[in-house]
Ligand binder design. Structure first.
Ligand code: DQQ
Length: 578
C-alpha cells in the first residue's frame, strides 16, 4: 500500500510538469467512475489472456483507431463491442498510457448518438491541427447503412485524457458521391497538409473488384472535395484501413488492408506533394504478392508519428484476431488483442520496412537466462531451462548456419518462385527434415519435451544458384490438443545475405500465453500467430531450441526473459508499481 501511495505521489509530481513537457507522462490517473468503461457480469476465462499485449478486460475488440500522443499521454482507441465477444455494436473504446506499456481504460470515446453514426462508429484516424488540437475523423454507419465520414473534437482541450468528444451537427463531412459504393467507403487516414495549405486524406473503397485509396481535400476540415483521381488502386477487392505516411523523408508508404484475404500489404514509393501523385517503386510487388508488415495474424493496422520523444518515431499498431471458434470466444468472454506497438523504419537498402517492438516494452523484462555458443547437431533439440515460466517471455536469439558452402542446403525449387512463402512452409513444416533447417524455437511447448504441444518458429535455408534463400515460418500445427482451432502455417522470406552476416540470422519472439509474435533478422520479416495450448500453460510452458536440418547450427547467443504483466486496468484510481 505504501508503494502504491508513493507511486501515486510521484505520478502526480510528474503530471505537474507534463502538460507543457513533450514527454508522454500523464497528468493524473482517471477516477474509478471515469474509468468504468462499461458494466457487466460476464465471467471471463483468464486462462489464455495476454499479460502484456493490450486487451480490455472482456468483450470483442478489433482495429486500432486514432492513435496519438496528446499533452504527454498516449491514446489508443479501438473498435469494441461493449456487449459481447463477437463483432457488433461497434464503438470507439479508449485507453490511455504514459509509456505504451501500462494502460488505463476510459469510457468509450465515440459511440452512436446521431443519425450520421446511428448504426456504428467504425474505424478512423486522428490528426493534430497546427494549433495542437486533435481532431478525429471516423466512419459512421448512418440510418440507411451508408458509410459516411464524421469529425469529432475534444470537449475539453485542457483534459490530457480527452475523455469527451463532441460531434458537430454539420456531420457527415464526407459522404459517398454519386455512383460510389456506399457500403464500402470507410476508414479515413490521418490528414496531412499540402504546399497549398489544403488538408488531404485518403479513404478506402472499391469499384467492383478494384480497391481504391480515394483522395479528398479540404481547407477547413469541414468541407471536403474528392480529387479527380484516386491516390492508388489495385485489383485486390475492397481496400480497408489505408495508411499513408513518409519514411526517411525520401519515400512514402501506402498500406492497405485487404478485406477479401484479410491480410495487408504495402508499397513504398514517391509522393509528389504538388500534384498529389503517388508512384510505387516499380521494382516492388504491388498487389497480393506485395510486402507485408506481418505475414501472420495482423490486420487493420495504423501508424502514428510519435513526436514526444527527442527523436521522433513512427509507431505501428495492429489487431490480432482470435483463431479459436466463435463459440469459444463467447465462452471465454473476450476476443482480439493488439500487437505490441512497433517502431517502423526504412531498411538500409530502401526496399522494405523494418519493425521492432518499442523499447518501452523491455521495462517488463524480469528474470533471464542466457545461452552462448551452443552447437545444435542435426536432429537435436535442447530445453532453454531456468525460467519459472516461459508462457510470458521475450526471447532474443542468433543462429549461425554452419554449412556456408551450401553442401547440405536443399535446392530452391523454381516452381516455388510462383507461389508465396506460406505455400513453401506448408509443404515443408517444422517436422519435415531439411538440409539447412528447419531450425529455431519451440515455444509454448508442453513439459514432456514438447511432445504433446509446441509452436515452432523457425528458419529454413535453401540454395538458389550461388545464393541463400531464407524462409521464416510459424508452424502451429502441434500448438494445441484442443479441437476446433484454425491453425494456419504462416511464412515470409527474409531478405538476409548470409554470406555477409557470417551465416548468422536473428530471431526475437514475444510469447504471451496465446500470442507468439516473432521478428526475423531484426524486424525484416514479422509473424504474429495466435495459439491455444492446453498443456503448455502457465508454469508448464517450456522453451526449446531445435534443429531438424541435416546441417549443424550454432546458437551464438540466446537471451530469454520472463515478462512481467503490464498494468492494464479499467478501474484503477491510482497506478500501481511493478
Ligand atoms: N473494421 C471496421 C471497419 C474496417 C474493418 C469495422 C477492418 O471500419 O474496415 O469494425 O477490420
Amino acid at each position: 500500500m505504501a508503494i502504491r501511495t508513493w507511486t501515486w505521489v510521484v505520478f502526480l509530481l510528474l503530471a505537474l510538469v507534463s502538460s507543457s513537457s513533450p514527454s508522454c507522462r500523464a497528468a493524473e490517473p482517471p477516477s474509478p467512475q471515469q474509468a468504468s468503461a462499461d458494466a457487466g457480469d460476464l465471467t471471463v476465462d483468464d486462462g489464455l489472456r495476454t499479460g502484456y499485449h493490450f486487451q480490455p478486460p472482456k468483450h470483442w475488440i478489433n482495429d486500432p483507431n486514432g492513435v496519438m500522443c496528446y499533452k504527454g499521454v498516449y491514446h489508443l482507441f479501438y473498435q469494441y463491442n461493449p456487449k459481447g465477444a463477437v463483432w457488433g455494436n461497434i464503438v470507439w473504446a479508449h485507453a490511455v498510457s504514459t509509456d505504451l506499456v501500462d494502460w488505463v481504460m476510459l469510457p468509450p470515446a465515440i459511440y452512436p448518438t446521431a443519425p450520421f453514426d446511428v448504426n456504428g462508429c467504425w474505424s478512423g484516424s486522428a490528426t493534430m491541427l497546427p494549433d495542437g488540437t486533435p481532431v478525429i475523423m471516423y466512419t459512421g454507419i448512418d440510418g440507411e447503412n451508408r458509410q459516411v465520414q464524421n469529425v469529432a473534437y475534444p470537449k475539453d482541450l485542457s483534459d490530457p485524457y480527452l475523455r469527451e468528444w463532441v460531434k458537430p451537427d454539420y456531420n457527415p463531412v464526407i459522404s459517398p458521391g454519386p455512383g460510389m459504393n456506399a457500403t464500402a467507403f470507410r476508414d479515413p487516414t490521418t490528414a496531412w497538409q499540402g504546399p497549398d495549405g489544403l488538408w488531404r486524406l485518403v479513404i478506402g473503397t472499391k469499384d467492383n473488384h478494384r480497391g481504391l485509396a480515394m483522395l479528398y481535400r479540404s481547407r477547413d476540415f469541414k468541407r471536403w472535395a474528392p480529387a479527380n483521381r484516386a491516390l492508388h488502386s489495385g485489383d485486390t477487392g475492397m481496400w480497408e484501413c489505408p495508411d499513408f505516411y513518409p519514411v526517411n523523408d525520401t519515400k512514402h508508404v501506402l498500406k492497405v488492408s485487404l478485406d477479401l484475404t484479410r491480410f495487408e500489404y504495402y508499397t513504398l514509393g514517391e509522393y509528389d506533394r504538388d500534384t498529389d501523385t503517388y508512384t510505387p517503386d516499380p521494382s516492388l510487388a504491388d498487389g497480393n504478392d506485395g510486402l507485408r508488415y506481418d505475414y501472420g495474424n495482423f490486420y487493420a493496422s495504423k501508424t502514428f508519428l510519435d513526436t514526444s520523444k527527442q527523436q521522433q518515431r513512427r509507431v505501428l499498431w495492429g489487431w490480432a484476431n482470435e483463431s479459436d471458434s466463435t463459440a469459444a470466444d463467447i465462452r471465454k468472454g473476450w476476443a482480439g488483442v493488439q500487437a505490441i506497438p512497433r517502431k517502423v523504419t526504412l531498411s538500409l537498402d530502401g526496399k522494405q520496412l523494418v519493425q521492432w517492438p518499442v523499447a518501452e516494452i523491455e521495462s517488463l523484462r524480469g528474470a533471464h537466462v542466457n545461452v552462448t555458443d551452443v552447437l545444435v547437431k542435426s536432429g537435436h533439440h535442447f530445453e532453454v531451462a531456468g525460467l519459472a515460466s516461459s508462457s510470458q517471455a521475450d526471447v532474443e536469439a542468433a543462429f549461425q548456419v554452419m554449412d556456408m558452402d551450401m553442401d547440405k542446403a536443399e535446392a530452391f525449387d523454381p516452381a516455388w518462385r510462383a507461389v508465396d512463402a506460406q505455400a513453401v512452409c506448408v509443404a515443408r513444416g517444422a517436422d519435415a527434415k531439411g538440409g539447412v533447417g528447419p531450425f529455431g524455437l519451440w515455444v509454448l511447448a508442453s513439459d514432456d519435451g514438447g511432445q504433446e504441444e509446441r509452436t515452432a518458429v523457425f528458419f529454413r535455408v535453401f540454395k538458389d544458384g550461388g545464393k541463400h534463400v531464407v524462409l521464416m515460418c510459424n508452424d502451429p500445427s502441434l500448438s494445441s490438443q484442443a479441437d476446433g482451432l484454425y491453425k494456419p502455417t504462416f511464412a515470409g522470406f527474409v531478405d538476409v545475405d548470409l554470406a555477409k552476416t557470417g551465416g548468422k540470422i536473428a530471431l526475437r519472439t514475444l510469447i504471451d500465453h496465446s500470442v507468439v509474435e516473432s521478428f526475423g533478422e531484426y524486424g525484416k520479416t514479422c509473424i504474429l500467430s495466435r495459439v491455444y495450448p492446453t498443456k503448455a500453460v502457465g508454469d508448464k510452458a517450456r522453451l526449446y531450441v531445435f534443429n531438424n536440418g541435416e546441417s549443424d547450427v550454432k546458437v551464438t547467443h540466446l537471451n530469454a526473459y520472463e515478462m512481467r504483466s503490464a498494468n492494464i486496468t479499467s478501474d484503477a484510481a491510482e497506478p500501481t508499481s511493478r
